[in-house]
Design a protein around this ligand. Structure first.
Ligand SMILES: C[S@@+](CC[C@H](N)C(=O)[O-])C[C@H]1O[C@@H](n2cnc3c(N)ncnc32)[C@H](O)[C@@H]1O
Length: 218
């Protein structure tokens, strides 16, 4: 099939997608909001008053969900390399999450508080070269786990999107070293054909603690 036909088929599929239509009706900026809502409900991710960091936040669907769930007494700090239009209850930081300067800005935005929850839906802009795109996704997910372990409270929670393929087993092993419990989630709103999967990790393991983390995978 030619590139133009493929693009037309994708656009038609996207417009007919029930989650895209639901996102438009409910005022969410992305269909991805429904993936987070599903995991939030099954795994009780949010409480009012929480401090949340949203990595790779633009256009803002996850931040909208987070801000609604934590309420005005909580705080949502959103980060993206791209611009994001303002959202009520969300502090936006524009920057590359792989740069130290961005991490410093995030720390300042959090103030003295540590985060209760770090959510990462970061994905690279695709080049079309599958192996290069997968390698870039893994690198970004690694940057996300580094940030999360620096910014989270000891009993904090980290939710991260990953793509199954090269580097995935190693990434899962890394998460299991850095967190006490790790489970996988594939929400219904995540298209079956997509290799994306969400990893939910709880309890930061201090480095060199000697603690042997739970290897269970739900
Ligand atoms: C799938 S989108 C996130 C969608 C978002 N969760 C929502 O619900 O609207 C992935 C985002 O990761 C961002 N991203 C990619 N590389 C990044 C980097 N190095 N630093 C920060 N953000 C990055 C992209 O700009 C993009 O906005």
């Amino acid at each position: 099939m030619g590139r133009r036909k493929t693009t037309h088929a994708w656009i038609r599929g996207h417009l007919n997608d029930p989650y895209v239509q639901q996102a438009q009706r409910q005022g969410y900026r992305s269909r991805a909001a429904f993936k987070l809502l599903e995991i939030a409900d099954s795994d009780r991710l949010f409480r009012r008053g929480m401090q949340v960091i949203d990595l790779g936040a633009a256009p803002g669907g996850w931040s909208q969900v987070a801000a609604r769930r934590v309420g005005p007494e909580g705080r949502v700090v959103a980060l993206d390399i791209a611009e994001m239009a303002p959202l009520p209850g969300v502090v936006f930081v524009q920057g590359d999450m792989e740069l130290d300067a961005t991490v410093e800005t995030l720390l300042r935005a959090l103030g003295t508080a540590m985060a209760d929850l770090v959510i990462s839906d970061v994905a690279p802009h695709l080049s079309g070269v599958a192996a290069a795109d997968q390698a870039r996704s893994v690198r970004l997910a690694e940057a996300a786990v580094d940030l999360a372990t620096r910014l989270l409270k000891p009993d904090g929670v980290f939710l991260v999107k990953m793509f199954q393929g090269s580097g995935f087993p190693e990434y899962l092993a890394l998460l299991r070293r850095r967190f006490a419990r790790v489970v996988t989630r594939k929400p219904k709103a995540s298209r079956d054909r997509s290799r994306e999967i969400y990893l939910l990790a709880r309890g930061v393991v201090p480095e060199d603690s000697g603690v042997v983390p739970d290897q269970g995978l739900g």
